[in-house]
Ligand binder design. Sequence first.
Ligand SMILES: NC(=O)C1=CN([C@@H]2O[C@H](COP(=O)(O)OP(=O)(O)OC[C@H]3O[C@@H](n4cnc5c(N)ncnc54)[C@H](OP(=O)(O)O)[C@@H]3O)[C@@H](O)[C@H]2O)C=CC1
Ligand SMILES: N[C@@H](CC=O)C(=O)O
Ligand code: NA
Length: 436
Amino acid sequence: MLRKEKRTDMRDNKIQIALLGLGTVGTGVYKVLESQKEEMLPKLGVELEVKKILVRNLEKAAAKVDRSLLTNNWQEIVEDEEIDIVIEVMGGMEPARTYMLEALRAGKNVVTANKDLIATDGKTLMDAAKEAQRDFFFEASVAGGIPIIRPLKQSLEGNHISEIVGIVNGTTNFILTKMTEENMEFDEALALATKLGYAEADPTADIEGLDAARKIAILASIAFNSRVTFSDVYTEGITKVTARDIRYAGEMGCVIKLVGVARSTQTGIEVSVHPMLIDSRHPLASVNDSYNAVFVHGDAVGDTMFYGRGAGELPTASAVVGDVFDIAKNMLYHCTGHVNCTCYKTIPVKKMDDIVSRYFMRLQVEDRPGVLAGVTSVFGNNNVSIEQFIQKRKEGTLAEIVVITEEVVERNFNDSLKILRTMSMIKEISAVIRVY
Ligand SMILES: NC(=O)C1=CN([C@@H]2O[C@H](COP(=O)(O)OP(=O)(O)OC[C@H]3O[C@@H](n4cnc5c(N)ncnc54)[C@H](OP(=O)(O)O)[C@@H]3O)[C@@H](O)[C@H]2O)C=CC1
Ligand SMILES: N[C@@H](CC=O)C(=O)O
Ligand code: NA
């Protein structure tokens, strides 16, 4: 689609940019643009220049960039007709949403890394971009530096995609890796992830799985051509995963990862985020530290896997700058606005109760005859088949047992859980984790 008004006055062969935010990602974007300075003209046919940077704290930002670039006044940017590309890397819902809408309506192209906003209100922004016939790109919003949005929207467009399974949060993958490989405490690993710039401003979003839920909602929407929003995603974080669960998983030849799963089925879309036991031989099992990986199954391509750094200054900036370069080329050819919202279907999202999973379960039970029979009969009465039943240890009058189920309907498993929780012979249900 051609732009409404073509821009013909590419001043001095330059495109001017505004950066909103100069934190981890904003600083990375500035550095990567600087490092590409010599390449831009031959690569893109045009030079890109950061004209303004919006921050709250001017003094803090002045330590990083030339003071003359800084402003804390949005109007200076949105009203500047020379600025053609706005990069939003402030985060949060407001004022980011308003600024991006105003930028698009003012005829500017927008790049963002803001998964919070896209996963809840992406449609409004994409509609505004379509109306304005401008580009609105957000490659950095899912899996940081890994190219995944553009491959799904473009390279894999000739597929019906049936499944996406991804490790899409760097902070939690870093924490689980440190807990598994170095016996590090959860809090210490989280502090380190924060120091390294992986964690969100409020890391609850990482450790409770909310950040991963936003990302899998974005991926599911694009993959299945039907809008899935953050609130559609069933979410569990990693705060209940203990060192003991990790050790037992290891003894069974598995690792524990926080994964986002999205499937397209005959009866609707399944979409969830939760910890999962993954066989150590599976490629996802060896994705460690802040690395992310996204498995995509398409009917034509088969299995594909995208792997790389999912968080941090330069990896995230790599994705942002890729988007900016694409816009620059689109501007030169007067074809901004041609890749936009891809949700042309309306498919229901299934309830978790209706999906099928395998489970790992750890229980503390009374160490006396009849207890194991009691547990198995509850499962049997609720159509839950058991694959393995392992007694792990004894402590005083209690025994610790681990149960691995076959694939079961979640409703049946949850009905069993409700009954098990009422039985006096069961002292504690210590862990319930899905198995891949
Ligand atoms: N960190 C990462 O690895 C990744 C982050 N993202 C996303 O990128 C975005 C930015 O993240 P990150 O760089 O880590 O965040 P930071 O908290 O490090 O940086 C945010 C920046 O935005 C500025 N800012 C915040 N609110 C305003 C406002 N109202 N007006 C002006 N400036 C404002 C802050 O200024 P001040 O310091 O003055 O308050 C700061 O410079 C978020 O959406 C995040 O989810 C995406 C992928 C990876
Ligand atoms: N907090 C996020 C940053 C990138 O999206 C993460 O840890 O993955
Ligand atoms: Na990405």
